[in-house]
Design a binder for this molecule. Structure first.
Ligand code: ZN
Length: 320
């Protein structure tokens, strides 16, 4: 990914040039993993295929974490084999460690993007993957060249970038230092996760302005949770600070299982609705995203909480 989308004249743009952003759908991994129900393989395949027709260029579709740790995603390989998305949709998989990478590379033909992750806070990383941050980053340094050699896109996610449920405040410099380590290992995209919804719009603005400046040539991605109701405001602040890449989950599915009970990716349909109303182009078909979210609702057999599922989209832009 290049920086072409950051050259659109903002922050503080006053021209009428259409602003463009990328929105990546992470529901089939981040969402399905963290819902209490186990979703059947048939339903996963159908929902991913439906999302593939909504215009996403990248969808996170599977994970190579151990099946005994995340049983909801134990059918990841079958999902990869069976989904049928347009050729220009990059299929993204989450990889926890070198063993996971070994397993993923056996399926090399079935995905284009590999995501590695760490938590910025030591306690969260230990609870999540039972390793220290330093151990994880040593593994990242070993995995990075293997991913690059396979001609895969190497993406990174830094969880608890905006606060940790166990340690509280996480220093910006610590997070951006980890981001630079990922970049040195070969990552071309780095996402910052607000894993338990601790960011606020003022901090989002400062953080993303600094991240874009410190990571030249890297696609900087915002991954907000709506745990405390500030997800869309944080996304707007990130946009105005120069971030043009976002992750979200259709139907507001998922969130993070640590600590227990924590939920809340921002809903893709709400994020996309906000962008479209502001005149920011996503290249996405909002109606189809809402259809997919409603389908997920019927698969799960309960109401989902995104606003756009309930209210429907606003069909005009009030941008100018
Ligand atoms: Zn998330």
């Amino acid at each position: 990914m290049t920086q072409d989308l950051t050259n659109t004249g903002f922050p503080n743009s006053t021209d009428q040039e259409t602003r463009r952003v990328h929105v990546r759908e992470v529901g089939p991994r981040d969402g399905f993993q963290n819902e209490p129900e186990t979703i059947s393989t048939d339903d996963k395949v159908r929902l991913i295929n439906s999302l593939g027709r909504a215009g996403f260029k990248r969808i996170e579709v599977a994970s190579f974490v151990r099946p005994d740790v995340i049983p909801q995603l134990s059918d990841g390989v079958e999902v990869l084999h069976r989904i049928d998305v347009p050729a220009d949709v990059e299929r993204m998989v989450l990889i926890p460690n070198s063993k996971g990478l070994d397993n993923a590379l056996k399926e090399r033909a079935y995905f284009e993007d590999a995501t590695l992750f760490v938590s910025a806070s030591q306690t969260h990383n230990k609870r999540n993957i039972n390793r220290t941050v330093e151990e994880t980053m040593a593994d990242v340094a070993a995995m990075g060249p293997r991913i690059v050699a396979e001609d895969l896109k190497f993406c990174a996610v830094i969880a608890t970038s905006f606060g940790c449920p166990f340690e509280g405040k996480v220093e910006m410099d610590r997070v951006l230092d980890l981001a630079e380590q990922f970049a040195e290992a070969g990552a071309t995209e780095i996402g910052f996760g607000d894993t338990t919804g601790m960011c606020n719009p003022a901090y989002s603005s400062r953080f993303f302005a600094a991240a874009v400046q410190r990571l030249p040539g890297i696609e900087v991605t915002a991954h907000f949770h709506n745990t405390r109701g500030q997800g869309l405001a944080n996304a707007y602040a990130a946009l105005e600070a120069g971030c043009t890449s976002f992750e979200s989950s259709f139907g507001e599915l998922g969130g993070c299982p640590v600590p227990a009970g924590s939920t809340g990716n921002i809903a893709t349909e709400d994020l996309v609705s906000m962008f479209h109303e502001m005149g920011v182009d996503t290249g996405l078909d909002l109606g189809r995203i809402i259809e997919s979210a409603r389908e997920a609702q019927s698969v799960l057999g309960r109401k989902l909480t995104s606003h756009s599922i309930i209210a429907g989209p606003v069909l005009w832009s009030q941008a100018v």
